[in-house]
Write a protein that binds this ligand. Structure first.
Ligand code: UDP
Length: 327
């Protein structure tokens, strides 16, 4: 079996990726500090505990498993936090990724799949966000991810490292079999917070800003199902294995939904009331982020067929009701 090193394999997206990799016949080797990940989410291959910044530990793991490729998910990913503590984001995301990329090259591994973000585009009114759009990140999270894209480009030129970079739009939903799902501590993402509020596990949801220039005044995002997202990663891996070379793909559906529309869908999926109030804007939030590209569909053969708001919320709700991480 072919080993794939999965950094952040104990996290939300990484754990779903491990399941998809196993299903596709690979062995996912999770490399995770367990700082924000969960040991019991590592179900589909071995766990190697370690810091991304620990070069000696990374070298040891590369030597032990001789992975054919790296999938790099481990990162800090909260926009608001990145505005409050940018240094933490540049250190944890950029410096650690540089260490990982150097270790990858030193181990002779040529294929690298990287989780980037639509936050690298920033706030661009009325612009279709495709892979060649300019990148003007407005928060340190997006800035740090863009810097890692630059590092990958430079190492591609200097050492032949081939990378598939995925710029995610808003990832949502959970494994329909509810083996893994979303759980952050603290939770900051819209859908899990809303489901907690519906279930009475936390106070009402606060809508961050109702005075944006959108039809209902709330921010618009393009939501993509986590299972569709990780399927694209397996396709990206095969793309690299087939020697097709470095490429950037947006992962979004092209349909945007406002915060109020997500609330309405959650009400209809759960048949329960959504307690919410209206608050101030959250610093760093873009008005609208919607993918304007179908490159992943056309070139990778990606079929994001679970990415309807209805399916994402009902899969997240099923996972939520397992009470998996209720303490
Ligand atoms: N949001 C909100 N209240 C919350 C959390 C998020 O109104 O408690 C909004 C946020 O302003 C953004 C959208 O929901 O417009 C998605 O936010 P999330 O944090 O889930 O993802 P992000 O877009 O920051 O990656």
């Amino acid at each position: 079996m072919t080993n794939i090193l999965v950094t952040g394999g104990a996290g939300y997206i990484g754990s779903h990726a491990c399941k998809a990799l196993k299903r596709a016949g690979y062995t996912p080797v999770t490399y995770d500090s367990l700082l924000t990940g969960w040991e019991d989410a590592v179900k589909f291959g071995p766990l190697e505990k370690g810091e991304l910044s620990d070069r000696a530990r990374l070298d040891e793991v590369f030597e032990k498993y001789k992975p054919a490729a790296v999938m790099h998910f481990a990162a800090l990913s909260q926009v608001g936090e990145s505005m409050r503590d940018p240094g933490m984001y540049w250190r944890a995301n950029v410096l650690s990724s540089l260490t990982l990329i150097e270790a990858t090259v030193a181990a002779g591994v040529k294929n690298f799949v990287f989780s980037s973000t639509c936050a690298t585009y920033g706030d661009q009114d009325n612009v279709v966000l495709n892979e060649s759009s300019a990148q003007y990140p407005i928060n340190a999270y997006g800035g740090s991810k863009r810097a890692i894209e630059d590092i990958l480009r430079d190492f591609g030129a200097s050492s032949g490292l081939e990378s598939v970079i995925f710029r995610y739009f808003n990832v949502a939903g959970a494994d329909p079999e509810a083996e893994v799902g979303e759980f952050h501590q603290p939770e900051t993402h819209l859908i899990p917070l809303m489901l907690d509020a519906i279930a009475g596990k936390r106070d009402a949801l606060t809508i961050f800003g109702t005075d944006y220039e959108t039809p209902d005044g709330t921010c618009i995002r393009d939501y993509v199902h986590v299972c569709d997202l990780v399927d694209a990663h397996v396709l990206g891996l095969k793309w690299l294995e087939e020697g097709k070379g470095s490429r950037i793909f947006n992962l979004g559906t092209g349909s945007g939904f406002s915060v109020r529309e997500v609330i309405d869908h959650s009400r209809s999926v759960t048949n329960m009331d959504v307690p919410y109030n209206e608050g101030d804007r959250r610093p760093g939030d873009c008005t609208k982020l919607v993918s304007g590209s179908t490159r992943a569909v056309e070139e990778l053969g990606w079929t994001p067929d679970r990415s309807t708001l209805q399916t994402m919320i009902s899969d997240a709700w099923r996972w939520h009701q397992t009470g998996h991480y209720d303490k």
